[in-house]
Write a protein that binds this ligand. Structure first.
Ligand SMILES: *Cc1c(COP(=O)(O)O)cnc(C)c1O
Length: 351
């Protein structure tokens, strides 16, 4: 073994625009009216990285954090007080309830068995999820009057909108049910809205909103388009430039053939990095304001790009993936959520 050499920088990086992230939280907090905005930071802040994003959101003023898995709680607590963190998946086991108490984070109780478990383990501050029509997690309305619920020390009572990104009757129906919940359940605060819900207006806001997608640059409803800016900028380096002759084929299964001599570049991003095969022969990458087409199939670790319009682009140069989320979603067929959360582990997230 020789002495460990310093690790050279990755040829794949994710630039997080911290100013845009802070501005998105501030805009969503303002749009939440009298309610405060929190932040959904599950799935490593939708792929952007908890370590990059949470300190920025905390500095902007965010004080309420939602993770999904118990395994995600410790990452949040590295940056913010444990008492501000809620774990959406709830305590399925005594071990999870004990972990919540030891770490000081709040479990979101999702069923009467979870309510009983929490009380049996000694109780303490918790959140309570009510199902108002999504049939996912939470107590059904029929159970909110159970005596055990009255014994809880509930910080936030929440529910989740299933179709807030659409104009449909389900939104008003869930709102009406949540209003019944507010009368029946005793809690410090009530919270109904995700990002899209914030745009449904003040009736929906209650005390706390829980944006995720829009913090990270997603636009789930047109009303938010003016107020939200792109945060995630994935970039890949050119690792080889090649000159093709007319008739040369490109990539797996030769789905593209050069119609004439042309210059192409191989960039170091592929489907293992969340740049899925739906971009094959269809994606565009950006170089100095120019759009350069993807040629042929996306591979696991590489994608081939037409450099005909970018004469000066060479090996080592960085190209941006087209990640303006609403447009990228329309072009790829992936949801804005998928585009963000697919971004893999090989990105250098330092910058
Ligand atoms: C993920 C999640 C959110 C955030 O939703 P977005 O649509 O990303 O804003 C809010 N609340 C709950 C319960 C969630 O699971």
């Amino acid at each position: 073994m020789t002495e460990a050499a310093p690790l050279p920088p990755a040829a794949l990086r994710l630039r997080v625009d911290r100013a845009a992230l802070a501005a998105n939280w501030t805009a969503l907090d303002a749009l939440s009216g009298a309610a405060r905005a929190g932040a959904a930071i599950k799935a490593d802040c939708y792929g952007l990285g908890v370590d990059a994003a949470v300190p920025v959101l905390a500095a902007a003023g965010c004080r309420d954090w939602f993770v999904a898995h118990w395994q995600e709680a410790a990452g949040a607590v590295r940056h913010v007080p444990a008492g501000q963190v809620s774990v959406l998946h709830g305590p399925m086991t005594d071990a999870e309830a004990a972990y919540a108490r030891a770490l000081g984070v709040r479990p979101v109780l999702n069923s009467l068995p979870q309510v009983r478990r929490w009380l049996a383990m000694g109780g303490g501050a918790c959140d309570l999820m009510i199902d108002t029509g999504m049939s996912r997690l939470g107590l059904p309305l029929a159970e909110i009057g159970a005596p055990e619920v009255g014994m809880l020390e509930i910080e936030t009572c929440l529910s989740h909108l299933a179709s807030a990104d659409e104009d449909c009757a389900q939104n008003a129906a869930q709102l009406a049910r949540f209003r019944e919940v507010r009368v029946a359940v005793h809690a410090q605060r009530f919270s109904l809205c995700n990002s899209a819900g914030i745009a449904l207006g003040s009736d929906y806001h209650f005390d706390l909103t829980r944006p995720g997608l829009a913090l990270y640059g997603g636009v789930p409803r047109g009303e938010l388009a003016e107020r939200i800016t792109q945060v995630a900028y994935p970039e890949a380096a050119v690792i080889q430039v090649r000159e093709l002759a007319r008739g040369d084929s490109v990539g797996y299964n030769a789905t593209f053939t050069a119609p004439a001599a042309m210059r192409v570049g191989v960039i170091s991003v592929g489907y293992a990095d969340g740049y899925l095969r739906c971009w094959s022969d269809r994606g565009q990458v950006l170089w100095q304001g120019q759009q350069l087409p993807v040629l042929g199939r996306v591979s696991m670790d590489m994608t081939i790009i037409d450099l005909s319009a970018a004469e000066n682009c060479g090996e080592g140069d960085w190209l941006g993936l087209d990640y303006a989320l609403p447009e990228a979603s329309a072009a790829s067929g992936l949801s804005q959520y998928e585009l963000l959360t697919l971004l893999g582990r090989r990105y250098d997230r330092a910058g």
